[in-house]
Design a protein around this ligand. Structure first.
Ligand SMILES: [Zn+2]
Ligand SMILES: [Zn+2]
Length: 817
């Protein structure tokens, strides 16, 4: 189908024309080819030819050449630009070169010269997908002497031994390195002694706290490889990001000058039509559906207020249905697991109404499903047996699924990098593709669909993470010491704060200091001190009580608000009710029950300043940045009938408080500013709370995170500052750099916040301005006009240097040093 025809389907013969806020036509691009490198193994080249790659693209050869010559290399190009050729060509050629030279094949006591490659990617699913593609290539090349295998937490001991003894290419994830391969490095001697390449695929996914963890895992790997006599070359494949060399260098732990960045995409591209879409206003009562990004779930509830836009979820379900009926193959990306389930269920019902049996062509896809389930769904959409998947960002990475007719994106996916990754699944060379971004009722979404330049005129972000976060660094230093005592020489590898963190670990009894270095002397494996996913604990398993069947998992940090006793849990359209949540055992027991309501929990939050790292006075008000303790406790939940969300009762809960030690930015509003804003005492909490919500919604425009990476607290009198204060904090132990960015760009941030609230057409506040989908207090109290007044008063404060910049940044956001 042409993109014009697809767009006609979306517009429904003009009926939905007024929902389009912008149409961008992205022109096609012609391919630029290059010759195969002379060093490339002829059989592997023949294999690629047999698969239809007659000549590689220029960017593939440029990157492969750099890697072959031993330079660390990052290839940052679009989805479908053949990045894997750029790393498999040198990696497989290296193995084959060893074979041709008659090198030993491993095992025994021979001098191990055969080149090995370690391939790392963010998920097991992606590694399995790469393995299948690699096996296809080797079969097409009729190459039988290169042994490839995946190895991860699911691999059984016998298989693991085979991989250790024989595999030339091992596909795995950073978690397996952290928990198994690095602690057991002596057993992986053959692999490490031959280690020529380390491939890091989808490297832009390693950002935030996860990125900090992975960067330390890679430093541990480099240290152990050196111990086994190797200094491997790193090849990173990334989405298009700003400053790829800088991010790659920080991830690997080398100077940026040591990394060759290849970012000129020479793959061909079809015509693509990109539509920005705002769902219509709904008359009467409406409310926010709870949504939570990044593969987690939470709950919230809303006091219905003025008319709001139709939810992105409902709108996307309609558009998806029409596209499937028209014969298109479509992916719909949602911001939450719950939304993915909801879209799939709604579309299923719509399709059944069109023609019985048609409903089987749509399914939901998300993290928390079991691997076999996910494999079957991937195969279904690839083969065309399924026409549509409603998916979380679990499908954003890697997976060999592209060339779809259309991609619907229900809600701003958090970063421009994610947006383009998701959009890249639509169309392929020679065919058209349609992409629609459907706005949610959210300050950032609303801002973006009315400011196309924020999407099309602004470069993508740099990948931000901080390997120096002591909460992340500490456990990795313990793990490193357990693998091989840490010597003074190792300190530069782990960064400038290392000595101080080591002192602290010694003082707390984790490490022992001897003249020769730092030692781990506990019986427990040091790698157990942390996982890499930043969720702050084991995921909670959701288990059907009667059968013991594992339905899925929920992030530990979200468990008390989503799978508390009485909560409704949805899995592939079936509803379950939680009977029991055991936080010690990380298990929630559920039973199937058909219910017509959803559950929304409420919690109390308080914040305490532990240390001020930076302060800035602007007239009478103060900006602060520092360490805080955020304590929250889930108190109760409400039941609301679906879909109209009428309250039908609730229960008080008895759950323990949780404390998060993290970093926050804060700004104060002393009494004279409250007076200037003309606020009565009773109006202050609502005004601050509304300003807090909106500012959390807007910070992701400046700080390359999304609102689920943040939290906030506002109070009319805070004991640590002595006056009215708004806090916005990182949602991760030790912080993640986002709040710090808010501190650095404070005036610009609050200016955008003020404009987003004042520019919203609602009367008393809505989800597009001051309501929040993750408010622990049911969005109460909120005072929209008061928020604008407070922000005007604060922004009127000037000091000598303060010259607020009105514009959205037109340059990439770079990481803070
Ligand atoms: Zn509004
Ligand atoms: Zn709130």
């Amino acid at each position: 189908m042409t993109d014009d025809a697809l767009l006609d389907v979306l517009l429904a013969g003009g009926r939905r024309q007024d929902r389009v806020t912008h149409v961008e036509h992205l022109p096609p691009r012609a391919a630029e080819h290059a010759d195969w490198p002379r060093w490339a193994d002829p059989d592997i080249v023949a294999g690629y030819r047999a698969l239809g790659v007659q000549r590689p693209w220029v960017h593939q050869v440029t990157a492969a050449d750099a890697a072959w010559s031993g330079r660390h290399t990052v290839l940052a190009t679009s989805t479908g630009s053949g990045k894997s050729l750029a790393f498999w060509l040198p990696a497989l050629s290296a193995v084959r070169a060893g074979v041709a030279a008659g090198g030993p094949t491993g095992g025994g006591a021979s001098p191990f010269r055969r080149a090995t490659t370690l391939y790392l990617c963010p998920t097991k699913a992606l590694a399995a997908d790469q393995l299948a593609r690699l096996e296809r290539l080797l079969a097409a090349a009729s190459v039988r002497d290169v042994r490839v295998a995946t190895c991860d937490g699911d691999t059984d001991p016998t298989e693991r031994r085979w991989v250790r003894d024989h595999a030339d290419v091992v596909l795995t994830n950073p978690d397996f390195l952290h928990f198994s391969l690095l602690p057991g490095h002596a057993r992986w001697d053959r692999l490490l002694r031959g280690l020529r390449y380390v491939v890091v695929d989808e490297s832009h996914a390693f950002r935030g706290v996860f990125g900090a963890h992975v960067s330390l895992v890679l430093r541990r790997l480099r240290r152990l490889a050196a111990q086994h006599g190797r200094a491997p070359t790193f090849i990173l494949a990334s989405a298009t990001t700003a400053d790829p060399a800088e991010s790659a260098a920080r991830l690997v732990g080398v100077p940026a000058d040591d990394v060759v960045a290849v970012a000129d995409d020479t793959s061909p591209r079809g015509r693509k039509t990109f539509v920005l879409w705002e769902p219509p206003l709904m008359p009467g009562v409406a409310a926010v559906l709870p949504e939570r990004g990044a593969e987690a779930e939470t709950a919230a509830h809303e006091a219905p207020m003025s008319p709001t836009h139709r939810t992105a979820t409902a709108e996307t379900a309609d558009l998806l249905t029409d596209l499937v009926v028209a014969g298109a193959r479509v992916l719909a990306f949602t911001r939450s697991r719950r939304a993915a389930e909801s879209v799939a269920t709604t579309v299923h019902d719509h399709l059944e109404a069109v023609r019985p049996g048609l409903g089987a062509q749509v399914a939901a896809y998300r993290g928390g499903y079991l691997p076999e389930e996910r494999r079957a769904l991937e195969e279904g959409i690839r083969s065309g047996e399924l026409r549509a998947l409603a998916t979380t960002n679990a499908l954003e990475l890697g997976m060999d699924i592209s060339g779809l007719d259309a991609v619907l994106i229900a809600g701003w996916p958090g970063t421009r990098v994610s947006l383009w990754q998701q959009a890249g699944r639509a169309g392929r060379a020679g065919t058209d593709g349609l992409v629609a971004l459907v706005a949610r009722e959210d300050p950032l979404d609303t801002y973006v669909v009315h400011h196309p330049e924020a999407v099309f005129g602004t470069p993508v972000e740099a990948t931000v993470f901080d390997p120096g976060n002591p909460y992340v660094l500490g456990p990795h230093l313990c793990a490193a010491a357990a693998e091989l005592p840490v010597r003074g020489d190792d300190l530069p590898l782990f960064g400038p704060g290392t000595a101080a963190v080591l002192d602290d670990l010694v003082e707390r009894g984790w490490l022992r200091r001897r003249s020769s270095g730092w030692y781990w002397t506990h019986a427990e494996p040091a790698s157990r001190l942390t996982d890499l996913r930043g969720s702050g604990g084991r995921p909670v398993q959701v288990v059907e009580a009667a059968t013991g069947r594992l339905l899925g998992t929920v992030d530990a940090a979200a468990a008390d608000s989503t799978v508390h006793p009485g909560a409704v849990y949805v899995h592939q359209g079936a509803t379950f009710v939680v009977d029991d949540l055991d936080l010690e055992a990380s298990v929630a027991l559920v039973r199937p029950r058909t219910v017509d309501y959803g559950t929304w929990s409420r919690w109390l939050t308080s914040i305490e300043i532990r240390g001020v790292r930076a302060e800035r006075r602007v007239g009478p008000m103060t900006w602060g940045f520092g360490d805080v303790d955020v304590t929250s406790q889930v108190m109760d939940y409400q039941k609301r009938r679906l879909p109209e969300l009428t309250p039908i009762g609730g229960e008080v809960l008895d759950l323990p408080p949780r404390t998060l030690a993290t970093t926050a930015v804060w700004w104060t509003v002393p009494a004279e500013l409250l007076a200037a804003a003309d606020l009565a005492d009773g109006d202050v909490p609502g005004a601050l709370h509304a300003a807090e919500h909106a500012s959390i919604g807007l910070l992701p425009l400046l700080a390359t995170c999304d609102r689920w990476d943040l939290g906030g607290v506002s109070t009319a009198l805070h004991p640590d500052t002595g006056c009215a204060t708004v806090f916005v904090h990182d949602a991760y132990p030790g912080g993640a750099g986002f709040a710090e960015r808010g501190f650095a760009l404070g005036e610009q941030w609050l200016r955008a916040t003020r404009d987003a609230i004042a520019g919203c057409g609602c009367s008393a506040g809505c989800p597009a301005c001051v309501q929040s989908p993750k408010c622990g207090n049911g969005n109460h109290p909120l005072d929209k006009a008061g928020a604008v007044g407070v922000l005007d008063a604060v922004l009127a404060c000037r000091d000598a240097e303060a010259a607020p910049d009105h514009a959205v940044p037109d340059r990439p956001v770079t990481p803070e040093g």
